[in-house]
Design a protein around this ligand. Sequence first.
Ligand code: FEO
Length: 168
Amino acid sequence: MSDAVRKELQRQFNHELMAAHQYEALAWWCAHRTLPGFARFFRHQAAEEREHAARIGRHLLDRGVQPVMESVPAPRMDFASLLEVARHAQTLEAANSRGIQTAYEAAVTARDYPAQVLLHWFINEQVEEEAWTAEMVNRVEAATCAGALLDLDRHIERLLESDKSAGH
Ligand code: FEO
């Protein structure tokens, strides 16, 4: 494996772990505001991000490279509203898509076909990730009173399921 691809996969491995940590923080923020549906959704999302990291880690291992875990920055938790939380998730996923694309470009330049195949899965996954975050932002924006927000909390997992079901 070329140095450039190894470096990119290590970076993305750690980026997925950072995303898991951030989603866990969003889950606690929601739990504290009595939004158990959103809390469960984000906790499940954190588990998915750890699985994404493991997918890259296993690829590195299979090719004789040790995955190296780095320190994880403190997640953001100072949100004024659920809308800010949803927008933060959207920003996270947009950044993650850029990270995947950068890794893919390194794999193309290096003609690293196994890494390209690995990253095809992630490119596809990011389409779903960006879809559910956009839908979450739209739905939270539309819930303009406390009652509507509680109703949305009861249904959020089912509502966003269709965006996620193709990959999981
Ligand atoms: Fe690992 Fe949210 O993508």
